[in-house]
Design a protein around this ligand. Sequence first.
Ligand code: GMT
Length: 375
Amino acid sequence: MMKIGITCYPSVGGSGIIATELGKMLAEKGHEIHFITSSVPYRLDQVYPNIFFHEVELNHYPVFQYPPYDLALANKMAEVIDTEELDILHAHYAMPHAVCAILAKEMAQRDVKIITTLHGTDITVLGIDSSLKKMIKYGIEKSDAVTAVSHNLVNQTKDMLDIEKPMHVLYNFINENDYFPQPNQLLRNKYQIKEDEKILIHVSNFRKVKRVQDVIYAFEKIRRKIPAKLFLVGDGPEYCEIHMLVKKLGLIDDVLFLGKQKNIPELLSISDMKLLLSEKESFGLVLLEAMACGVPCIGTNAGGIPEVIKDNENGYIVPVGDIEATADKAIELLTDEKKWKQFSKEAINHVKTQFNSSEILAGYENLYKSAIRND
Ligand code: GMT
């Protein structure tokens, strides 16, 4: 059994969810898990005797214009490495977490192994900023092992940062105990969804890269042909813009802004289709969550999305910005019950076989073990 430290962004977001679910599954297998984060991870909703939480506390000294979070994190990591005798420190994100982990290793007395998982934003968004490139490359190259959540992300990382270090693809996964079809007529009634109406859903942090406006334009076309409602789940910087667009297009009664929600599997289970039309997306965990609940998805040909959706088998891939194609595919599937059922079944099956959490967990465990053995 290993002693494993995990650092991630603990708030809502795919990387935090993956890091927390991974910690929970590792704990269930008997490993000792130490989360080192700024607050208790959002999905850590239960007590586990072998999961510990170490809070990174910030001191607001008047001499510092900004409190040095990254240094406080590195210091906390070094403390936990020594006091808890960690074997592994798993950093989710190269910037800043892997860099902090490397500094912590320098400070600590123990030879901890650093595993870094790349989730995308650090490479595809931050990596573009040349002032950060050197540091991100350093974080990756100095890690004992590196994983990425899609093949596309590995290729982009190699191209953008000129990295030769091998990177292992370990896909994202969902917690099968939470994500499965849960039909709920009562919930449909609560949202006053009419019998003949279809529900489309989009879940994101409403950042520009998510192109939520494309979702609205596509929905407007879909709704002209079939009775439908759109659930917008989440919140973020583009919220006002999106709200204005919905008003301008006269869709205010048909687009429901649900804000941040905890009961995602329930909302997905009453939905008929999920739209994720991002221009950058290393994986798209929200797609996997939808598919596990039997919801066919339409996603763009961006980043790792085509590694998640099987075009024309369990959903559709459309070019980024192609609203016409999105609407056409959605209308086609939503008006063909037989095909929809087939896609829904395929989606559930695809998640079970290609993104099986036990197999992915074993991949991480093997990587930890070989890093400890130094091979
Ligand atoms: O998509 C976001 O803005 C959040 C970000 C995160 O830190 O959780 O998501 C990234 O990591 C997820 C988990 O691996 C992936 O599913 C998302 O595709 C990835 N986002 C981007 O690449 C933009």
